[in-house]
Design a protein around this ligand. Sequence first.
Ligand code: FES
Length: 153
Amino acid sequence: MSQVTEYSEKVMDHFMNPRNVGEIEDAAGVGTVGNAKCGDIMRIYLDIDENHVIKDAKFKTFGCGAAVATSSMATELVIGKTVEEALKVTNKAVMEALDGLPAVKVHCSLLAEEAIHAALWDYAQKNNITIEGLKPPVTDIDETEEFYEMEEE
Ligand code: FES
């Protein structure tokens, strides 16, 4: 993906008209992550059926425009997927679906990836199952190595 320096039309659209804002009562999985550096916080709720398929996803994000747009796109991308497939919705996949993010905003997309992972982890814990490849969630993405690697790109 080529470097972008400003918000794409898709980013603006998902920021101005975010999809799936809200919460799910008695959600199968809830994940909350933050970035201590900027103070932004994202929470994702997942409704998952007995076949491990994500029927619905909602989010609440207290953060920058890119964080809102990536949470909106991330929820769109995971709805209809199995929990294993949802694990493959990386921040890169979210960025690609949004036609890119400016380099200084790439870390915002990590919040979306981590919030989904945290919600999947919560679901796995509650149901006593293992999701192949899922690691314990971080609560502050600022602590992740990946965060620093991406900052340096
Ligand atoms: Fe904090 Fe974007 S600046 S998530």
